[in-house]
Design a protein around this ligand. Structure first.
Ligand code: M6R
Length: 368
């Protein structure tokens, strides 16, 4: 049942191309993005003037990615918040606010209470969920199901990729409702998404060196992760995987924040994993990131760089280079996250830990 793997999680990492493909399946028909359930009118969707994304843990990181895509495609302001913070605040919501609640289980207590908090103030709720008929989608006004299949490993992997995919679909559905994208533009974005499962599969075919590197770095006291733009949530997710699986001190930073504090942590030999934006995307992101890597390398960091194939400029600054296929900038998290999952799993196994059942953690957090 583990498909020849020692752990469910390793099988689930392998299932990611399918999880992305299945999540797309049926959500684009007759030239339009379609949700699974919609109990609000198209007019109500069109009238949305603000989006809050609420979630916990890995689902929250998928929400951070969503912010970049939804704002870019719809010109709607998007705030992403931990459900446990949102529900105890007094957020400004009304009937034209859309709250997107992301949850694999659909039963996470804080996310469910955030949904109720939003509904009390007449906001509309759209759930992104992996579990049919769970409490969160039952209480939502609209639902888009991720179709990753059951996830047994406590650390979320294939559900993260499925959530990121579903969130793009939510962004396109809003762009379509608001008319900020013409139908042919929505179709073009959807085609880009359809190409991703194959690229995720290619990343999986080339991760063996990542495992070797993980074994080499397994005794490190700490690992830092750096990213910019959509690479920032990827860095946070890479750090979370390493914390929960390998019990290693790991932190993700926005690269632009380095000089505001974190660079003080850099010392000789400290592994720093950097998520490099595409050199063909926004040039400024790429060049700023290059100078960040140069700075940390000059201070002795051992740089592990995840970069697009053919990114020659980054080579001199990478002590270890992990190449991923080229992709549109906004979609890169679907590729860049995969080596980080493999890395965390391998470090954990090298340290002798059960990657399906990390200590102190439960698969679904239904109590506060
Ligand atoms: O079921 P949910 O998506 O609501 O769960 C949210 C978090 O508890 C979950 O993502 C957690 O952070 C995972 N252990 C991360 O790998």
């Amino acid at each position: 049942e583990k498909g020849g793997h020692d752990y469910f999680m390793l099988k689930e990492i392998e299932e990611q191309p399918q999880a992305v493909a299945d999540t797309l399946l049926g959500h684009f028909a007759n030239g339009r993005i379609v949700l699974d359930e919609q109990r609000l009118s198209d007019q109500e969707l069109r009238d949305v003037d603000k989006v809050f994304v609420v979630a916990c843990g890995t689902a929250y990181h998928s929400g951070l990615v969503a912010k970049y895509a939804i704002e870019h495609w719809t010109r709607l302001p998007v705030e992403v918040e931990l459900a446990s913070e949102f529900r105890y605040r007094d957020p400004v919501l009304d009937r034209s606010t859309l709250v997107v609640a992301i949850s694999q289980s659909g039963e996470t207590a804080d996310t469910l209470e955030a949904v109720r908090h939003a509904k009390d103030q007449k906001a509309r709720v759209l759930a992104v969920c992996n579990t049919n008929g769970a409490q969160i989608p039952r209480e939502a006004d609209a639902v888009l199901y991720t179709r990753a299949g059951p996830e047994i490993g406590v650390a979320s992997t294939k559900c993260f990729l499925a959530q990121v995919t579903a969130n793009y679909l939510v962004g396109l559905a809003l762009a379509q409702a608001r008319g900020t994208k013409y139908p042919d533009e929505v179709a073009r974005e959807y085609l880009e998404l359809e190409a991703m499962p194959q690229l995720v599969a290619r990343v999986l075919e080339t991760v063996e060196p990542v495992r070797a590197l993980a074994r080499e770095l397994a005794a490190s006291p700490a690992v830092l992760f750096l990213g910019r733009h959509v690479g920032y949530p990827v860095a946070l997710e890479g750090a979370l995987k390493l914390k929960e699986l390998a019990y290693m001190h790991a932190e993700g930073f926005a690269a632009g924040e380095l000089k505001h504090g974190p660079i003080a942590l850099i010392e000789d030999g400290l592994p720093v994993i950097v998520v490099m934006p595409s050199p063909k995307g926004r040039a400024v992101l790429h060049s700023k990131m290059l100078s960040n890597i140069r700075e940390i390398q000059a201070r002795g960091a051992r740089t592990v760089v995840i970069a697009e194939e053919g990114d020659e400029a980054v080579r001199p600054f990478a002590n270890h280079l992990i190449e991923i296929p080229a992709s549109p900038t906004l979609l890169q998290p679907l590729l860049a996250t995969v080596p980080l999952q493999v890395f965390a799993a391998e470090v954990a196994q090298t340290r002798g830990y059960d990657v399906d059942k990390p200590r102190n953690l439960a698969k679904s957090v239904t109590v506060e």
